[in-house]
Design a binder for this molecule. Structure first.
Ligand code: 0CM
Ligand code: SF4
Length: 306
């Protein structure tokens, strides 16, 4: 049995910055540091920060007056930002700059009086945050069928944006249909699906050509990790997503000579190492890494923590 590792995989620049924001806030101000929502969608990361003194909440009324509060990488609505400011928390915003880019796009298009179609998954915190960048004129679609249900008042004054962690291929299909139905629809200058999502999907597609089984390291609520599992399956591999090595069933490995491993943008490399160790225990003899795109992007920490 051979192992091939996808390249790139694992942490992106936005996740590194978000985790470091919480760590620095803890180092500078001591515990507790409150974090609105899981800082990133990874159980291991969240548990580790909790042990160090981070307190994860969903609602602002769970945060005592005068506390330090960090917004997660997925971003927040305007209403939540205003509410947090009103409550006087010391705020550190770990929203990924590439999510903020989408928020800025929404603001710009609304200023131009365009209604906005947001392509994304209902209930995902990033989508909630993006929809909440304007009180009016926002429409959510998740698939092609949703386009039929849209109630647009002025089709010639329309724009679209998307969640950053969607399937590149599925989103391209939706966008092409939107352009057919609404020829005047304005689009972002640069795609909203981020570089990390795109690169990890490209890598896992290539990995699926070389392997028959792919293990994706990522948590269940991580959108980008789920998309990696789907991409592996679409390209002919059997694929499982696991939080950690203990979730691997030995039965999965039977009949597979070459096994691929990748990791979502929020999954730390230590978990990949543990999966490798587990596969070696199960008889894997070699580990190689795919040649892949090199990522060098680094985002500066929020003001006050540099
Ligand atoms: O958006 P998604 O569910 O993929 O979030 P994540 O925390 O797993 O990945 C990083 C991000 C963002 C925004
Ligand atoms: Fe930012 Fe993309 Fe990473 Fe999300 S997956 S934190 S949008 S770089």
């Amino acid at each position: 049995m051979k192992i091939i590792l996808a390249q790139p995989r694992g942490f992106c620049a936005g996740v590194k910055r978000a985790i470091e924001t919480v760590e620095r806030a803890l180092a500078r101000f001591g515990k507790p540091v409150y974090v609105r929502h899981e800082i990133v969608h990874n159980t291991y990361v969240v548990n580790r920060l909790r042990e160090k003194g981070a307190v994860f909440v969903e609602e602002l009324d769970e945060v005592p007056k005068g506390s330090i509060l960090v917004f997660s990488a997925h971003g927040v609505s305007r209403a939540i930002r205003e509410e947090a400011e009103k409550r006087g928390f010391r705020l550190f915003d770990a929203t990924c700059p590439l999510v903020t880019k989408v928020h800025v796009e929404v603001a710009k298009q609304r200023q131009d009086h365009r209604e906005i179609i947001v392509i994304g998954h209902k209930g995902h915190p990033e989508v909630e945050g993006t929809l909440g960048q304007s009180d009016t004129g926002m429409h959510l679609i998740s698939d092609l069928e949703d386009i039929d249900k849209l109630k647009i008042t002025q089709p010639e004054k329309l724009a679209y944006v998307s969640q950053t962690t969607l399937s590149v291929d599925d989103t391209a299909t939706i966008i092409s249909e939107l352009k057919k139905r609404f020829p005047d629809i304005a689009e972002p200058k640069k795609a909203d699906i981020c570089y990390a999502t795109t690169n990890r999907q490209t890598a896992v597609r290539e990995l699926a050509e070389k392997t028959s089984l792919i293990i994706v390291v990522g948590s269940q609520n991580s959108s980008n990790s789920n998309r990696l599992r789907e991409m592996a399956e679409k390209n002919g591999a059997v694929a499982y997503m696991v939080d950690n090595a203990s979730q691997i069933d030995s039965g999965w490995l039977k009949g597979h000579e070459t096994i691929g491993i990748t990791a979502g943008a929020s999954a730390p490399e230590i978990l990949v190492r543990e999966v490798i160790a587990r596969l070696v225990q199960e008889g894997a003899e070699s580990v190689t890494e795919m040649q892949g795109m090199e990522e060098t992007l680094v985002f500066p920490l929020p003001k006050g923590l540099k």
